[in-house]
Design a protein around this ligand. Structure first.
Ligand code: ATP
Ligand code: MG
Length: 566
């Protein structure tokens, strides 16, 4: 028999108003509906209803991880620093790590993620190729001293993560473990009712499917991604590649110089000439491993330094400073044009195609040039897609204008390869009797973040609105107030419970029906069953929390209806 939770005994306090410190919907609603309380910045206390939702998410994750052969373990969250020193992450993580000492002065950290420790566990436990492949996972508390834990439960400094790690002897094995996780994640997010997209986590330039993120579109999300309204293309904004559509360039006259005093910025130039910024060519100077390089993009576009850096990696990309112009009369700050840059490598966005004509710097103070034609007046040394993607840019797959949306990263899957195995010399004895280096994958799901993401995605103006799989109950029975109504509500609750349904029954005395209805909507259980006006006849009203649809039913009909929905 499933639990019947009486509201009169439930530790809950609902609030009419948003907490003063709340900036995001999940924070407002989860606190107002009595699911969590904020203990300190980024630290959340899970109250009875919240804990139920968290457990439901964990259960779904656990079932699907078990289904792909994952074995659940639990490693410590308090960790010695040495393995993280060996991997270099003790320093790399910087301020994100919580560091502490024990009574003897030895240094520890609170685990932000566990690649190092899992590698050591497998090294300890597995010695032969026969012991692999293995998938290990845990659902555990993680610690990261996030700089701005403002997004409510979405970004905790202490949070619940499912982290798993795969260990294989071959690259094909790793690819298979990765695909197993990918499929399991799709099932998990489908079961949870989280709308999600899978995007490549690194740019196309880096080559790949070795790492993908699961994003849940929501305005509160801290990630941006592009989404094609026409086909199923979705990608990280840094990963979008521009596919140039060849266009007939209009014939341009000869290069003509224009006096344009005090126009060092694109904005001032466009204003002065009365042309759109898109007609101008912007040339950004950067240093690539110390060498000055010019990057050309249309004047209305921004250079994405991250994208540029990724294309040019491992070279280091920096912006130029005033000092870099010293002794370089060829570089006229604010008036650079590619037609005069003989000694400078010229990288350009694919939109600067051969035959296109531009207004750009004339390499003289206060002077610009027009009719500067690519391929005639200047050459591009290298084309790179380096602009910040914008709404309306063409989809690389179908050409439709892309949308740029915000999303929450709810999961991340990653083919690590042999990085950690190399650091910790993780080998097993191979079929030929020789040691074989192990290859690894690591895979995360933000379990507590998924609760917040669901709140963000499913809430409406009345409050939370949980999908059934994660809801703290299947049905919320409301006794309008009179003794007879309470009696009927308790009676039907017992029967629903006996039939295996999880029930919350609002049997509180001295609380007005209006408050009870408002609370039931705020709490967001999928079905609300009211013992109201027609209780004397044994008739209840069943309401769907999401659609608001109502129907009047007898106890037996209500039972049949609710148990029948699977
Ligand atoms: P973010 O970019 O949001 O900081 P991340 O890429 O650093 O996340 P991962 O190291 O990939 O995070 O961790 C795996 C998963 O754990 C993430 O996909 C996310 O769902 C969850 N997660 C990460 N940081 C937090 C946090 N501070 N609070 C709650 N969940 C988190
Ligand atoms: Mg990530």
């Amino acid at each position: 028999m499933a639990q019947v939770q009486r509201m009169s005994r439930l530790m809950i306090k609902t609030l009419r108003d948003d907490p003063a410190d709340a900036e995001t919907l999940n924070h407002k609603l989860l606190v107002r509906a009595g699911y969590v309380r904020r203990t300190a910045a980024g630290l959340w206390s899970w109250l009875p209803l919240g804990k139920k939702v968290l457990e439901n998410v964990s259960r779904v994750v656990r079932e699907e991880m078990d289904a792909i052969g994952g074995q659940e373990v639990l490693l410590p969250a308090l960790l010695p620093k040495e393995p993280y020193e060996a991997s270099g992450r003790y320093d790399e993580y910087g301020d994100l790590l919580f560091r502490l000492r024990d009574r003897k002065g030895a240094e520890y950290l609170l685990g932000p993620t566990h690649e190092e420790i899992f590698t050591q566990v497998v090294k300890d436990m597995c010695s032969s190729y026969k012991d692999l492949p293995v998938i290990l996972y845990q659902i555990q508390t993680k610690y990261r001293d996030e700089a701005r834990p403002r997004a409510g439960v979405l970004r905790g400094r202490e949070f619940q993560m499912k982290d798993s790690y795969s260990f294989d002897t071959t690259d094909e094995g790793l690819a298979e473990s990765y695909q197993l996780h990918r499929a399991a994640y799709i099932r998990i997010f489908e079961r949870l009712g989280l709308d999600h997209r899978i995007v490549s986590a690194v740019s196309g330039a880096m080559g790949g499917s070795a790492s993908e993120e699961f994003l849940a579109p929501a305005p509160a999300g801290e990630d941006t991604f592009v989404d094609c309204p026409n086909c199923d293309y979705a990608a990280n904004t840094e990963a979008v590649t521009y596919v140039a559509t060849p266009a007939e360039a209009p014939a341009a006259g000869p290069v003509e110089e224009l006096d344009t005093p005090d126009t060092p910025t694109i904005e001032s130039l466009a204003d002065f000439l009365g042309v759109p910024a898109s007609a101008t060519l912007k040339n950004l100077l950067v240093k690539v491993d110390g060498e000055i390089v010019a990057v050309g993009v249309p004047g209305d576009r921004e250079v994405d330094l991250g994208k540029l850096g990724e294309h040019l990696a491992p070279a280091e990309v920096e912006l130029v400073t005033a000092e870099d112009f010293v002794g370089r009369p060829d570089l006229v700050r604010g008036y650079v044009g590619p037609q005069g840059l003989e000694k400078v490598r010229y990288i350009a966005d694919p939109r600067i195609a051969a035959g296109t004509s531009w207004i750009t710097g004339a390499n003289k103070e206060g002077v610009h040039a027009r009719n500067v034609v690519c391929g005639r007046d200047f050459e591009v040394d290298q084309y790179l897609d380096v602009v910040v993607v914008e709404p309306g840019d063409p989809c690389p797959r179908c050409g439709t204008g892309l949308q740029v949306d915000r999303a929450i990263e709810i999961g991340h899957i990653f083919q690590l390869g042999r990085k950690y195995a190399d650091i910790f010399s993780l080998d097993v004895l191979g079929q030929q009797g020789k040691p074989v280096r192990v290859t690894m994958g690591s895979y995360g799901i933000g379990v507590s973040r998924a609760v917040a993401a669901l709140a963000e995605q499913t809430a409406d103006d009345k409050g939370l609105c949980w999908p059934r799989e994660v809801a703290p109950a299947d049905v919320h029975v409301v006794a309008a107030g009179k003794a007879l109504q309470t009696e009927l509500a308790l009676d039907v609750s017992e029967k629903l419970g006996a039939a295996g349904l999880r029930v919350i029954v609002d049997d509180r005395a001295g609380v007005s029906p209006g408050v009870k209805f408002t609370d039931s909507e705020l709490i967001g259980v999928p079905k609300i069953l009211v013992a109201g006006r027609r209780s004397a006849e044994g008739v209840l009203e069943l309401k769907d929390r999401r659609t608001g649809e109502r129907e009047e039913l007898t106890v037996d009909e209500a039972l049949a209806r609710l148990t029948d929905q699977g």
